[in-house]
Design a protein. Structure first.
Length: 166
């Protein structure tokens, strides 16, 4: 692939660097799955008392930041199927944490928003999460956290760009 780009004396060095970079990215991604799974377990335990799941908590977070929005907009934001988001919205309506209202821009796609109770519960949950998160990775300084965030954001963007049909 790189045979014509580099002099033969440098070709092997460049390939070794690229393989090392690929291995480093792979190692980073190997950490992500257990972090996501373990985080979901911790979050689930903390939100169970409110009747939420990790999925419904994600929907509430989107609503807290972007409301009012439609179910398809929430689905896009979370990279989930609209039907899955609708199920979470229905659960949250039953709990009294979200409500719908008429969408002046679209007759059939209602706007979803938090109720005052839903907003209050989210603020409590989120404050507790931030307190817990502040105590994690204490061996890393602020600059390292910023770098980690940058790397993960770039990986997410580049991987998402490789999804077929996007």
């Amino acid at each position: 692939m790189f045979a014509n780009l580099f002099p033969s004396s440098h070709k092997d060095d460049i390939i070794d660097v690229m393989i090392d970079r690929g291995a480093a990215m792979y190692e980073i991604l190997e950490f992500v799955r257990p972090i996501v799974l373990n985080s979901a377990r911790v979050v689930e335990a903390q939100i169970r008392e409110h009747g939420w799941t990790v999925g419904s908590r994600a929907v509430v977070s989107v609503l807290f930041n972007l409301e009012p929005v439609t179910v398809p907009q929430i689905a896009t934001e979370l990279s989930l199927a609209r039907q899955n988001v609708q199920r979470h919205v229905d659960e949250l309506i039953n709990l009294g944490h979200v409500q719908t209202r008429t969408n002046p821009k679209h007759r059939r796609s209602v706007l979803v928003e938090l109720t005052p109770e839903g907003r209050e519960v989210f603020e409590q949950v989120h404050a507790r999460e931030l307190e817990t998160l502040a105590s994690l990775a204490s061996s890393c300084n602020d600059d390292e956290l910023v770098t980690a965030s940058k790397v993960l954001a770039a990986l997410n963007q580049d991987i998402a760009a490789k999804i077929p049909g996007t």
